[in-house]
Design a protein around this ligand. Structure first.
Ligand code: PLP
Length: 232
């Protein structure tokens, strides 16, 4: 593997972090928003530990992970060493991993069905930990993609709150690949406004500036910070 990979360059990671932060600030300025109204979620999936340390050295404290297992491997030691770390689950969750997820993550962005609401409520009860929760919305109604359909968001919110006593603070979405993301960002923002939700997780390396223009409070950026991933 190492023979075919480019050498790991710590300095280029810190340069990329600086560039992305500047682009976030510029996008906020263009949108007439305060630059601290957008949080950079550093997507650390598939990265080696050395890259996480580089990210931490630039001051990054908010990280997104796709898989519960990998997140534990990445963060189980670091999270006791770095006190103000915030770990966000941005990948699909299985109900049998709910306990692990609630034990590790500060925010779970991918609640998308009643069974998961139930599993999370049980895990919260058991652990006494209360991760903040977002509902993932499948704005493009893609059959292969996680997330609840637009019309299912309000019923799921009601159920999660009333039946399972969960607090939901926002919405998350991944627009369909190859489509103009703007319409999806706008749709998610409108839905959040209608439902009185303040947190909007949207925008990735290719489109975070546009997401900020539409009101994203959290952008999830991986490859623009670390370079292209070796596996998807
Ligand atoms: C991998 C991933 C990202 C980051 O994607 P990049 O294009 O590398 O910035 C953001 N959100 C989710 C849900 C992801 O799975």
């Amino acid at each position: 593997m190492t023979a075919t990979n480019p050498p790991f360059e710590a300095s280029s990671i810190s340069d990329r972090f600086a560039q992305v932060r500047q682009r976030i600030e510029a996008a906020c300025l263009r949108a007439g928003r305060a630059s601290d109204s957008v949080t950079l979620t550093v997507v650390s999936k598939t990265q080696p530990q050395a890259a996480l340390h580089e990210a931490l050295a630039t001051g990054a404290r908010v990280f997104g992970e796709n898989r519960v297992q990998e997140a534990w491997q990445h963060w189980q030691d670091l999270r006791t060493e770095v006190s103000d770390l915030e770990l966000r689950l941005i990948g699909p969750l299985q109900t049998n991993k709910a306990l692990e997820a609630v034990s590790l993550f500060d925010v779970i962005e991918t609640l998308d069905r009643e069974k998961m609401a139930q599993a999370l409520a049980q895990a919260i009860q058991k652990t006494g930990r209360h991760p903040r929760l977002l509902v993932q919305v499948n704005t493009g109604a893609e059959p292969q993609k996680a997330g609840v359909l637009i019309e299912g968001v309000e019923p799921l919110l009601d159920q999660a709150r009333e039946v399972y006593g969960l607090q939901i603070e926002g919405l998350m979405a991944i627009p369909p690949a190859g489509e103009d993301p703007d319409a999806h960002f706008e749709q998610l923002a409108r839905l959040a406004r209608q439902l009185g939700l303040s947190v909007l997780s949207m925008g990735m390396s290719g489109d975070f500036e546009s997401a900020i223009g539409h009101g994203a409070t959290h952008v999830r950026v991986g490859s623009a910070l670390f370079g292209e991933r070796n596996r998807p």
